[in-house]
Ligand binder design. Structure first.
Ligand code: GCU
Length: 408
């Protein structure tokens, strides 16, 4: 997909390591009142404080009221993917908000599984029909960006988009390794444009008058948690082994979802970049100002106040990753995606190390940026692969090995 804004060719953006300059990162193990955190008990308090700081300054406040959900199975295909999977389509309806459209989930469970399966849970960019070539997965009827060209006409998907991103979701491989896959179109939660909130979950939850009202990334993260609510009712799924997965803007959402919702057993962030794993203070590739300008609906209003004073942010993104500790975390970059700042993503993961240590675990276990295509780390893993902004088989190979070793 080519997105209209935010592309890497901007001449005014820094791609020169020598020009990054110096910056001081906030210490994840220091409370706002200056007290040093040395125990897990103190970290629990700091964790709460950090969640609040991210809510107040970056993503906005996730409404904490519980919402009544109704899960409706609309279709079950017992012989999906050539008989290797059971495919279920389930709509998550909001009982209190009958006007809201549901989140339409598609779930693939390996048929050979003898017990409940661990699952990768991730949103998709262009509708459930675009992650598979199966002709009986209904075409999404929701708003869809026209930036995907002729595959979308008048902001609606056409048949041409079927299977368009199947390459990014190698279902056969993932299922053969014993993992289920659960996905939904991110636009079901909120269509990705500045006024999109008017037809999404933010039209009924939150408070638009507040500078700390949640943004679209917060809404997508919330939607991932609602999908997890559903998976907890699904007998074929091991809901203690749900891996939050996301690419790019959806990776930012996966990071925030994993930080807030400790039911996610592990988190995989594919090129999540600015507002994801990449340090905000590092002047390289996309900047806070640029992301807030190109995508004014993604973060809370308060975040914009840092456009020209990033150094004053009370947090940085390594602390978001720290909120995922001690759970397994994979941060992945692509060398051809300098806009996401691979080194900044790596340093984000490095910055979470002290919290993994507090739990007696090794996170990345290194501070040396690895060579291309050389995955590193232990409970936290990282790679910078050859190639462009994308999700590839190489990425999945690493994620499956990571999941085999740390989640199963
Ligand atoms: C733009 C944006 C990035 C984002 C990406 C994507 O490039 O600037 O922050 O990650 O789109 O979602 O693909």
């Amino acid at each position: 997909i080519r997105f209209a804004a935010g592309q890497a060719s901007e001449p005014t953006y820094n791609y020169d390591e020598a020009k990054v300059g110096t910056y001081t990162l906030p210490d994840p193990l220091r409370m706002t009142n200056g007290k040093k955190v040395t125990t897990k008990g103190e970290w629990a308090k700091r964790r709460t404080e950090l969640l609040q700081l991210f809510a107040d300054n970056v993503y906005g406040q996730t409404p904490n009221q519980s919402v009544r959900l109704r899960f409706q199975t609309t279709h079950t295909e017992p012989n999906a993917l050539g008989g290797k999977a059971i495919r279920k389509q389930v709509s998550i309806f909001f009982a209190d908000y009958p006007k809201l459209q549901p989140i339409d989930v598609v779930l693939y469970v390996p048929k050979a599984a003898k017990k409940p399966s661990p699952v990768f849970l991730g949103l998709n960019f262009c509708g459930n029909h675009c992650i598979t070539n199966e002709s009986d997965v209904p075409l999404s009827t929701r708003w869809m960006t026209n930036a995907i060209g002729e595959v979308s006409v008048n902001s609606r998907a056409t048949e041409k988009s079927r299977g368009m991103q199947a390459r990014r979701w190698p279902l056969d491989t993932i299922l053969a390794r014993g993992y289920a896959v659960a996905t939904a179109y991110y636009g079901d939660i909120e269509p990705d444009y500045p006024q999109g909130w008017q037809t999404g979950i933010r039209s009924v939850l939150g408070d638009t008058t507040k500078a700390t009202n949640w943004g679209a990334i917060g809404a997508w993260a919330w939607g991932m948690s609602r999908m997890l609510d559903y998976l907890q009712t699904e007998p074929g799924i091991d809901s203690k082994r749900v891996i939050a997965f996301g690419h790019s803007r959806i990776g930012k959402a996966a990071a925030w979802a994993g930080a807030q919702d400790e039911r996610f057993a592990a988190v995989v962030l594919n090129e999540s970049g600015e507002g994801g794993a990449a340090l905000a203070r590092r002047w390289y590739g996309e900047t806070v100002e640029r992301i807030n300008t190109s995508f004014p609906h993604w973060f809370c209003k308060q975040y914009k106040s840092y456009n020209k004073r990033v150094a004053e942010l009370p947090i940085d993104q390594h602390e978001l990753l720290a909120l995922i500790a001690p759970r397994p975390l994979y941060v992945a970059s692509a060398d051809g995606d300098q806009w996401s700042d691979p080194k900044g993503e790596f340093l984000g993961a490095v910055g979470a190390e002290p919290i993994y240590r507090l739990y007696g675990k090794t996170g990345l276990g290194t501070t040396t940026f690895p060579a291309i295509d050389q995955p590193v780390g232990q409970t936290v893993r990282y790679h910078d692969r050859t190639g462009k902004h994308d999700v590839t088989n190489y990425d999945w190979e690493q994620y499956l090995r990571f999941a085999d070793e740390l989640v199963r």
